[in-house]
Design a protein around this ligand. Structure first.
Ligand SMILES: [Zn+2]
Ligand SMILES: [Zn+2]
Length: 145
């Protein structure tokens, strides 16, 4: 991860109903998009937009709900969302419990900083979901360095 670009952020936003507030303060690591079938279903679109943030840099307040299911890697993947309005907040893998996979769309109107550096699970990306051809693509997960 050390060669990944890092972006310094100080952003905060609220979910659609206003009950949950989430803030990122500090550096963000890898940013990517994932077109796996779980992300398509969870977002209702063709891919998720994710920024990796360590748990110390993310503050969440309000009442959240969660749902866990096994991911392709065999890890348990938990998606957190607002318990009232369902706005997606972040995901978390049992393989890296201190890392939050924050949904960039949560900061709608204030997420110009989002700069994806790869598409993962390109094998299930759909033609109708146009994604920059210049973005590096991985059939499934990014290969280990
Ligand atoms: Zn809400
Ligand atoms: Zn995915």
């Amino acid at each position: 991860m050390s060669k990944e670009p890092s972006t310094l952020l100080d952003v905060s936003a609220s979910c659609a109903c206003g009950d949950v507030t989430m803030a990122i303060l500090g550096t963000v690591g890898s940013m990517f998009m994932c077109a796996c079938l779980h992300c398509q279903q969870a977002t209702g679109t063709g891919h998720s937009t994710v920024a990796l943030v360590s748990e110390q840099r993310l503050t969440v307040s309000g009442t959240t709900a969660r749902f866990s299911r096994p991911s392709a890697s065999g890890a348990s993947f938990t998606r957190h969302f607002c318990a009232t309005c369902g706005t997606p907040l972040y995901g978390q893998s049992s393989r890296a419990p201190a890392v939050r996979l924050v949904a960039a769309g949560f900061f709608a109107g204030n997420n110009q900083w989002f700069e994806p550096n790869q598409l993962i699970f390109a094998r299930t990306q759909q033609d109708w979901d146009a994604i920059d051809d210049h973005l590096p693509r991985h059939e499934t997960y990014r290969p280990a360095p």
